[in-house]
Design a protein around this ligand. Structure first.
Ligand code: SAH
Length: 306
């Protein structure tokens, strides 16, 4: 693939691609060779990615010459699409080093190689830790205290954040944590995919819980999920998804008192969210311990038989 085809020879200005051409470029990218179910790794289809990028670029001017973060970049379809549409600096974040490796291979398929910065980061964990109340831990031993004092965690920032987040079916709360992180990172807008069936819930989370200035569905699509994990009965399941455009409260627009109130609400809700996730992790740990006890009991039963 040639990234050069996008460049005007006279002034080296990047020319945004037409949707059909973009879609066919994205078709050639590799997707997860070994998708991890616990991370809900589903690649966005080229059609869906093109739709999101086209709306973001043409209707809202949120891509061309803008800095972009792809949150949960996976093998990179949204980041690469943004770059091909003329984005400025693009950063891809993922918790999975294997996915980042495959994303890098996709970037290298271009000549010259597409420039997308990649970063290994667990955004769910970071949201959980963010803004932990320092005072409570004063008596803790030093290492512990340092690890929880993340009050002013410096999030990477970009004009636009794109994400096809985990839907939160494997790690509960991951969808909300992704949205919270995306809103921390976006100056202007977050674009995110969510199941149409969760429309009311997403609006409530974005506006009421996370204090978004606005949250709108800007496109509706069908998403053909391939049976890559074997737990679906059919080969492909059709899921209806919405493309959301969410404006964070701390966007470039001038703040007023109302916004300050929303900021406060946002911080409080993040603390609630952190507590929720902690609880969930605790119960997961308890489940694991139970399982372990059961197994060790089984083992000792087996030993008795010997
Ligand atoms: N953006 C890609 C992949 C979407 S699948 C695409 O559109 O095709 C969701 C992605 O989120 C996966 O790559 C998964 O590894 C990543 N992910 C899941 N949990 C994460 C976490 N806690 N922190 C960062 N990335 C995470």
């Amino acid at each position: 693939m040639s990234a050069r085809s996008r460049v005007d020879d006279d002034d080296e200005k990047v020319i945004a691609m037409k949707p059909k051409q973009l879609q066919s470029e994205l078709q050639d990218l590799r997707t997860f060779s070994n998708p991890k179910q616990n991370l809900e790794q589903y690649a966005t289809t080229p059609l869906l990615a093109t739709k999101l990028l086209q709306v973001a670029s043409v209707e809202f001017n949120d891509i061309e010459e803008k800095s972009v973060i792809d949150l949960g970049v996976g093998t990179g379809v949204l980041a690469i699409g943004a770059k091909l549409m003329g984005a400025g600096h693009v950063l891809g974040i993922d918790v999975d080093a294997d996915a980042l490796e495959e994303c890098k291979e996709n970037l290298e398929m271009y000549d010259p190689e597409l420039e997308v910065e990649l970063c290994l980061m667990d955004v769910v964990e970071l949201i959980r830790r963010y803004d932990y109340d320092e005072d409570e831990d004063e008596d803790e031993d030093e290492d512990e205290a340092v690890s929880v004092k993340r009050k002013d965690y410096v999030w990477p920032r970009a004009d636009t954040v794109l994400t096809n987040p985990p839907f939160g079916t494997r790690r509960k709360g991951a969808d909300v944590a992704f949205l919270a992180a995306a809103m921390k990172m976006a100056e202007t807008a977050v674009y995110s995919f969510h199941k149409t069936s969760t429309r009311e819930y997403i609006e409530k989370v974005a506006v009421k819980k996370l204090g978004a200035k606005s949250a709108k569905v800007v496109a509706e699509m069908k998403y053909g999920l391939k049976n890559q994990y074997g737990h679906h009965r059919k080969d492909e399941v059709e899921v209806f998804v919405d493309v959301w455009r969410i404006e964070p409260s701390s966007s470039k627009a001038k703040k007023d008192d109302d916004d300050d109130e929303k900021d406060e609400m946002f911080e409080q809700n993040l603390r609630d969210l952190a507590a929720n996730i902690e609880e969930l992790q605790l119960s997961a740990r308890q489940r694991k311990d139970k399982e372990r006890n059961k197994n060790s009991r089984k083992n000792s039963d087996n030993r008795k038989k010997w």
